[in-house]
Design a protein around this ligand. Structure first.
Ligand code: TYM
Length: 347
């Protein structure tokens, strides 16, 4: 039987990169999967604390994260929605996996190398700065592997920036199974068609939650006015017409890509460039703004409603039920793992 697992960090309201690259797929999988398919989606709060977080803010973001999952159309009866830290088995399996995972593989991960400034033109970090980097940032992929493996996931829907982490998860399976027997399952990556949504301000960079300029990303709860403003200020170029050329015209091409992901007729960016070829940049941005606003309208309303439903009691209920079901699922794997490793009391 298939098991689908994925996660998102509670570090603010999801943006269009998160939505198109992952969340929209989660809903689609939920709505098309066979009844026997298990679906689990997690707010990964333990991953969020690999960078400093304010406790009060994190609590709020966890709550809002859960509300966004409901707002996009995930059904808590069908999908198990839960906070990672409420299922201890994730951290327990992480420890066990880290005892067979190799440091060499981890140190070659792009995300880690970017922390050492080894991936761009800036000079590599000084030794003193390197030694201050946190262990949690280094072992981050082991926790991510545990998230997936503890639920025996067969498929993991993510954006492209996570594909290396998933390769590492498969590596963890190989290492563990080699040491203890064939107990863990290697997950497949499901890559969304919008695998890398780009920033509105710097279209050569991916849209990200951490970029300093909030105009670089559209949040799924942004109002039409804000969406319009962000699009109007999106970086394009000085050619006042529409054409698709990701190399020469990355800004306009990114907007065409965005539009295509929301296009009701499913037309691709190239096709849309022909359809809107006669528009000026301003008029075209207006079309993109309107399309995105209309597509997100339902989400915005549902989000506000869910967050306050029964004075918050509804979210409490979803949280509790999700944790209970996720724990049950993870504990079944841990019984096998503990037995295989020799941690259980009897055999
Ligand atoms: P996170 O929280 O950064 O992002 C959540 C999801 O959004 C996708 N994404 C994008 N897709 C396309 N274009 C973009 N610009 C863009 N930005 C983000 C990400 O690929 C991701 O699918 N490490 C993970 C969370 C995690 C996880 C897991 C995921 C923890 N454990 C287990 C899958 C399975 C992360 O930080 O995602």
């Amino acid at each position: 039987n298939q098991v689908i697992f994925s996660g998102i960090q509670p570090t603010g309201i999801p943006h269009l990169g998160n939505y198109l690259g992952a969340l929209q797929q989660w809903v689609k999988l939920q709505n098309t999967a066979a009844p026997s398919t298990k679906l689990l989606y997690s707010i990964v709060d333990l991953h969020a604390i690999t960078l400093p977080q304010d406790a009060q803010k994190l609590r709020q973001w966890k709550r809002e994260g859960l509300a966004t999952l409901l707002a996009i159309g995930l059904d808590p009866e069908r999908s198990i929605l839960f906070h990672q830290s409420s299922v201890f088995a994730h951290t327990e399996l992480m420890w066990i996996l880290s005892c067979t995972a190799s440091m060499g593989y981890l140190s070659r991960m792009t995300q880690w190398k970017s922390k050492l400034s080894l991936t761009d033109d800036t000079s590599p970090l000084e030794e003193s700065a390197k030694s201050k980097l946190k262990l949690g940032l280094f072992s981050y992929p082991v926790l991510q592997a545990a998230d997936i493996l503890v639920h025996r996931a067969t498929h993991v829907p993510v954006g492209e920036d996570q594909s290396q982490h998933l390769e590492f998860a498969r590596e963890c399976v190989t290492n563990f199974n080699h040491a203890y027997g064939p107990h863990l399952i290697a997950p497949k990556t499901i890559m969304s068609p919008a695998k890398r949504v780009m920033s509105l301000q710097e279209p050569h960079l991916k849209m990200s939650k951490s970029h300093v300029d909030p105009r670089s990303r559209i949040l799924i709860t942004d109002t039409p006015e804000i969406i319009y403003k962000k699009l109007m200020s999106a970086l394009t170029d000085s050619t006042n017409s529409i054409s698709y050329d990701p190399v020469a015209r990355p800004g306009v091409s990114n907007l065409l890509e965005l539009l295509s992901h929301f296009d009701a007729e499913g037309r691709d960016a190239q096709k849309l460039a022909v359809v809107y070829g006669d528009l000026g940049l301003g008029q075209f941005k207006k079309v993109v703004a309107t399309t995105i606003s209309e597509s997100l309208a339902g989400i915005r309303e549902k989000y506000a409603q869910v967050l306050n439903q029964d004075g918050g009691a509804y979210l409490d209920h979803v949280e509790r039920e999700g944790a209970r079901r996720a724990r049950e699922n993870a504990n079944a794997t841990m019984a096998i793992v503990r037995e295989a490793v020799g941690l259980s009391d009897h055999s």
